[in-house]
Design a protein around this ligand. Sequence first.
Ligand code: PEP
Ligand code: MG
Length: 909
Amino acid sequence: MEVIDKVKTRVYRFGNKKADGNSKMKNLLGGKGANLAEMSSIGIPVPPGFTITTEVCTEYNALGQEEVVALIKDEVEQAIDNIETLMGSTFGDIDNPLLVSVRSGARVSMPGMMDTVLNLGLNDEVVLGLAKKTNNEQFAWDSYRRFIQMYGGVVLGMKPASKEDIDPFEEIMEHLKHKRGITLDTEFTVQDLKDLVYDFKEAVKKRTGHDFPTDPWDQLWGAIIAVFNSWNGDRAVYYRTMHGYPADWGTAVNVQAMVYGNMGDTSGTGVCFTRDAGTGENVFNGEYLINAQGEDVVAGVRTPQQITKLGSQRWAELAKIEEEDRAKDYPSLEELMPSIFEELNGYQDILEKHYRDMQDMEFTIQDGKLWILQTRNGKRTGAAMVKIAMDLLKEGMINEKEALLLIEPNKLDELLHPIFDPAALKRAHVMAQGLPASPGAATGKIVFFADEASKFKNSILVRIETSPEDLEGMNIAKGILTARGGMTSHAAVVARGMGKCCVSGAGALKINYKTRTLTVNGHEYHEGDWISLNGSTGNIFEGKVATMEPELSGEFAELMELASVYGKMNVRTNADTPKDAKVARSFGAQGIGLTRTEHMFFEVDRIKAMREMILADTVKGRKQALEELLPMQRSDFEGIFEAMQGLPVTIRLLDPPLHEFVPHQLTTQKELAEEMHISLQAVKNKVAELEEFNPMLGHRGCRLGNTYPEITEMQTRAIIEAALNLKEKGINCRPEIMIPLVGTVREFEAQEHIIRTTANTVFEEREDTVDYLVGTMIEVPRAALMADAIAERAEFFSFGTNDLTQMTFGYSRDDAGKFLPVYIDKGILKVDPFEVLDQEGVGQLVKLGTERGRSTKPDLKVGICGEHGGEPSSVEFCYNIGMDYVSCSPYRVPIARLVAAQAAIKAAQ
Ligand code: PEP
Ligand code: MG
């Protein structure tokens, strides 16, 4: 570790319209800390506080607790002093106590992944002072029991012992509620709360062997260290890995003066969004609870009320509540506290304009005074992301480039997922209704526990409510359904972030974890039963409802048009069938970058001829079988050319090892022997003969075409004849014939010779010609190194980064699954190099191959057709090294187009 800088600032203060930091300092102060500083500077009322930097978290991981506390002790004490001055109260003081909150905050928001402690600074004496100061005993004791509960869970590890168990503190509360015959937390009397505090502390002593800490400073340091530790907790590590965030980012710690939403009926707390995070609609919305603290809204224990009257009416309609009852029992904040609402509405407007993006804010009303606790760019669904970007553009708040840069490319994937087929939807039986928490269509079998989400291929996670521990299972499940919780519950927020369909707060569901059943209106459903969710309407359907393909329309289409204006690099598709080709074209593909011809041979009517070809012992026998395949291949190519209507189509000659085509089971071997009138033994012998120790490095790619030239001849003939046939019909074609797995110049030349000779023969026969190109895959490291020589003959290059990754790392594509997850887990690799191009290593070969190729042929067309061609960071790399195009699967085409535009914009900045 480098030498520790003892003098740098590690603690940044904010409050009273001043701040040491600002919103640009997210890496150092974390997102929350940077925004608190910014808000304070622009005059938004945030409770004063300070942020301990993310660097300290990293120092803590390296140096340990003692040294780090020594490093920041003075600064923390001065910062507490500053809060005391601004709030006019004193930390630990019995008569006039200051209480604080301690919250994590990484540079990007990781909702619920790390820990928070509220009401810190209370003990048996301070609670009395707080009661006296606020003249509210109920509030003081409620705050104290909450503090012990949170501190116990977060700092002292008082968690449920097993997944079927409930939280140890909840258990004590449930017990008391039962004894007293009450159901709500708000029904506890002062004496109940005092009893709870006593019982909680006893439980802590029993479980941990230590008394609950009474010194506020001990409490504070305990909470700070717990927040640092939560950065390396299971939940946070899983979330980081899922999003590819490195471990060395660390989390900041935010300590702030407490403000209270639980001081009675003139207090409350809530969460709000400047626009709808599910649909993107430009309506201010959110939820609040009177007499509550922050975690009550997200925990889904009480069902929150809507902030705006419009939102409240929409909610009531879904919940089937009459207007009269709504206004009486569930009024909006707009109706209940009009002046607070006006103030909040003003801040949301200021903040959205200031950040020029949709904001997700948290607020607390303490005895009629509004405080803003947090703002951040709100998580949103893919659909909302696109609508918000295009709306902000139309409203003139951002320009075209900014609109494109607001898009998170991978989130577009959500818009390319299936939706419910309207016809099937009409027939479907609605078993219950919840809140439309995160749009989309999901069908799957019921599971009740997050760690069992992978029990079925398609599962729907059904929970009373979710918690951060459920993250992994929520990610695996196709959809999430909860019985409790509103639009800002944990389930709803996390699902929207993941782009996962979610229906929350379906109050009619009775869930029993022990019997693994779900009961609705007297009907019982079990684990493994199929249900379907519509996250856009909140409908829950019995059984499996059919889905259909999405299309590119509305704001999504407008966004893609904008991407075409700024994107300089072309996007092609990998497609083996006319259907795929059409889908890709509808998404804006500008050609086909790879047609894998072998896939065509697996179809039932072809595999027989293919096997005959492979089993033939003579050239004559092989040619006979190839004659049979020719018309089929030709019609395949005609279909693809027709679908692409004159756009370039790259067709790759046969690539895989031949043993992939022969039968390996006795029954199919027997059938083949009978069909071919040869002995079973002869089939077995041939299968054995084709077996290779290392097929991926064996008899495949152009090694096939060079040992069996008749295969290349047949395929070339099929391509050229198909092109000529379409030309006769007036359809233009631009075939590009691609030779796979070339490693030496001679390999290329030998194949090119066969291709050109065959094409010329067909031209003579047909007395007509078409233009075509002959190029190569660059997927063997040697080809990248020899690219200048290969480019003497090759008319284009396409980087096959699947094989190039395999051969550069020496990781078998077929076996890497055994060790890559372990490597990623242990941090030996950051990501799977077969998914995300290894720019450092493999990328060097791609760059060098492109440069060397172009040193011979400056206008050499270069593209990529490995899986990386649809992965955002890899696409950006391809643009930056000057590729002409990337090629990816049809459903990734919009993503690649967007990244191409973003890359061009970023490069010009
Ligand atoms: C590649 O190797 O990157 C490639 C596209 O070819 P295949 O995946 O078919 O081997
Ligand atoms: Mg390959």
